[in-house]
Design a protein around this ligand. Structure first.
Ligand code: PMV
Length: 315
């Protein structure tokens, strides 16, 4: 029996969340410690069986809901491969990325499934990073409504990217940092749906277009400066820019009491900078740390109520 596997990482947004939906640049990086895995094997009975215990899903493809993201991903691969029917298959998806935590769990599960299925069906073109990113984007629309495209890009490429949403093609620039940057990723434990927060920001932008446009542009400014600071390996400058970005996100109303508490605790314990990451109002925050301060910032975050603190390096 052939078994085909693929995985995809979670992601963190370093700069520019929300503003990226409105055409401003953003920077994101893979979070390789948390991953989604898909395994595709030949089935015993006709039909495609999808099993994703971490997402509480167990069903046949033909019985799945219209808006089921995994089933949608399977159908997309079938269409893209121009296959009139699929052979009997058993698809298993596992993920240790928390759902609604701002870490790209939806994009990673879709990307791992799309890549594993494309390989299993011997469609090497569909298993290429760019194609996986494109197909994952279609699935992201179910979770997000109007995704910018940054999540699917970073999880498919598994590299830090500078991203600008654009027509007809997004600007996607993988980049290298001069010196590895150490980040702590802390979970507030508060779950927050990306779609709801993105929709709320849109309503506020419609109600106060000039004010929100200015906030988005200021985020764009910060992201451009951050890219230079990252490329130059200037940690203190990156940290200051994270703090500036956090002020703008607060003004957009997407921070929240638990996020603020963790951001404050990290800064007081000596982090170079701290901000929320992802859609906000819950989920995760990130803190840039000097290696010497890593342990003290980590314990300060735990004492301030973080459910989990991960360490990652942007290289
Ligand atoms: O999926 P999340 O919660 O990490 O947030 C995605 C980032 C947003 O900028 C808020 C939305 C988007 O599509 O870029």
């Amino acid at each position: 029996m052939t078994l085909t596997k693929a995985s995809a990482p979670g992601k963190i947004i370093l700069f520019g969340e929300h503003a990226v939906v409105y055409g401003q640049p953003a920077i994101a990086a893979p979070l390789t410690q948390l991953r989604a895995w898909a395994r595709v094997s030949d089935g015993q009975k006709p039909g495609v069986y999808i099993s994703a215990p971490d997402l509480h899903e167990e069903h046949w493809l033909h019985e799945s809901d219209e808006d089921d993201a995994l089933a949608f991903a399977v159908r997309l691969v079938q269409q893209a491969a121009r296959l009139p029917a699929l052979p009997p298959l058993h698809i298993q998806v596992h993920s240790d990325i928390p759902i609604a935590g701002g870490l790209g769990s939806g994009a990673a599960t879709a990307a791992s499934l799309i890549r594993a299925l494309a390989r299993h069906l011997q469609q090497p073109d569909l298993a290429r990073d760019e194609r996986v990113a494109e197909l994952t984007y279609e699935v992201e629309k179910i979770h997000h409504g109007t995704p910018s495209g940054i999540d699917n890009t970073v999880v498919a490429l598994e590299r830090a990217v500078y991203f600008v949403r654009d027509q007809p093609r997004n600007q996607i620039e993988p980049f290298k940092v001069a010196r590895p940057m150490s980040l702590l990723v802390a979970d507030t434990g508060v779950r927050s749906g990306t779609r709801e927060v993105v929709d709320d920001v849109r309503r506020r932008w419609q109600a106060q277009p000039q004010r929100f446009q200015a906030l988005f542009e200021a985020c764009g400014h910060v992201a451009r400066a951050a890219r230079l600071a990252l490329q130059e390996g200037d940690g203190p400058a990156v940290g200051r820019l994270m703090n500036e970005n956090q002020v703008l996100l607060q003004s957009m109303t997407v921070s929240g009491p638990q996020l603020e508490q963790l951001v404050r605790a990290a800064r007081e314990a000596g982090a170079l900078g701290a901000k929320l990451s992802g859609a906000g109002r819950g989920g995760n925050m990130i803190a840039l740390v000097d290696e010497r301060r890593r342990i003290s910032v980590q314990s300060a975050l735990q004492q301030a109520g973080a459910r989990r603190v991960l360490h990652t390096t942007i290289a």
